[in-house]
Design a protein around this ligand. Sequence first.
Ligand code: ZN
Length: 157
Amino acid sequence: MRIGHGFDVHKFGGEGPIILCGITIENPKGLLAHSDGDVAIHALCDAIIGAMGKGDIGHWFPDNDKQFENIDSKSLLKEVIQVLAKNFQLINADITIIAQSPKISPFVAEMKKCLALLCHCQASQINVKATTTEKLGYIGREEGIAVHAVVLIDDKN
Ligand SMILES: [Zn+2]
């Protein structure tokens, strides 16, 4: 078995909505990014890539590459899962969204379902939770959203 960790931050800017774990959430501000800014999917991709020992998301999908401009991050995750499936299976993933706003809990069930579909696993293998920073730091000042993800994968053989 192998473990992987991913971390990503995106800064608020422009107009909403935002996309987290593939789910569109109405928000006055958007998230600045080369892609669609799905900071949660980016952290999850990085965790899976890390568990496989294959570098990082920036190496796989360079943010100066035109083909990834405004890309739907779900397609990035699909590609990562395709590579994962060759040698490994996902045991579980735990995703922690750190945001002062918007409120994430109403979307958690939908997020789990969306990620499970993309990862070809059961929703019970994916955990999504959210926390604030008690108004401290850049998250607390509502300057952006950070996400941690950890995954466990197992060799298919
Ligand atoms: Zn990102």
